[in-house]
Design a binder for this molecule. Structure first.
Ligand SMILES: [Cu+2]
Length: 259
């Protein structure tokens, strides 16, 4: 059996898949959020279709080839060897093509997800049982994550005690926080608005209460808030231990290193 055409189709699908979900953010910032939704939708459709078709065929055959009485003896296969290979290989190539298509898009999105855009607002995040602390470059500490709408945000994160995980459902991002390590995460609040962050790593008795407000403010409002908060003494300077400098965990950003 000649599988050349199938391989060519597979190759074409993989190659054309790569840019399909890559865009979706603002004009210049490659935001993977919309791409994740698109990929998830494709995945659900594919799984449902494949499951539905195979389930229906299996049920049909179960019914068609059922034993009429307990003493009935079946017959051997009635298809040729070539037909058997066809039945096995053609669906396998179709599913593999679909898998590669989804995987190629997932890979592209993942690289975008781990590449921090230039000029992102940097905020230091410290998780502890059971609260979040956000620290800005001017030393302002806040229990609300305020960011500037229309500007990407990069979070440098660590934990004071156990493992936590920072999940921003609205922006489709999540990353773990661990004591002694600095991890990073970026997201793109395109428009002003309020949402929340919640911990998605079970971290003890009040894990379920470990959430905080996230507010994307228009640029002027954000700058005013940051400046006025900086003029006041920090609300709880003892809570935020300065984290050690990042070593070996630099996001890509301008240097172009993706992972
Ligand atoms: Cu938690």
């Amino acid at each position: 059996m000649n599988i050349g055409p199938a391989l060519r189709i597979l190759g074409a699908v993989v190659l054309t898949a790569v840019p399909a979900f890559a865009s979706g953010g603002g004009a210049e910032i490659a935001d993977p959020a919309a791409g994740w939704d698109e990929l998830w939708k494709h995945f659900l459709i594919d799984v449902t279709l494949i499951g539905g078709v195979f389930g229906a065929v299996a049920l049909y055959w179960l019914f068609k080839y059922r034993a009429d009485n307990i003493n009935q003896v079946g017959t051997g296969p009635t298809i040729t060897r070539a037909q058997m290979f066809g039945w096995a290989l053609i669906p396998a190539f179709i599913f593999m093509a679909d898998d590669f298509y989804l995987a190629a898009n997932g890979w592209t999105l993942w690289n975008t997800y781990r590449t921090v855009p230039k000029d992102a607002l940097e905020v230091k995040v410290t998780g502890s049982m059971w609260q979040w602390n956000f620290e800005y470059a001017n030393g302002v500490n806040s229990d609300v994550l305020k960011v500037q709408a229309g500007r990407p945000v990069v979070l440098r994160m660590t934990s004071d005690d156990v493992a936590h995980a920072f999940f921003l459902p609205k922006y489709r991002v999540t990353e773990d926080l661990m004591p002694g390590r600095i991890t990073y995460l970026w997201f793109y609040p395109k428009e002003a608005g309020k949402t929340y962050v919640t911990c998605v790593q079970f971290c003890g008795a009040s894990h379920a209460d470990m959430s905080a407000d996230v507010e994307a403010l228009p640029a002027e409002q954000f700058n005013n808030w940051l400046a006025s908060a900086g003029a006041k003494p920090a609300p709880d300077a003892s809570g935020g231990q300065p984290a050690p400098a990042a070593s070996g965990e630099q996001p890509g950003g301008a240097s172009g290193k993706a992972l």
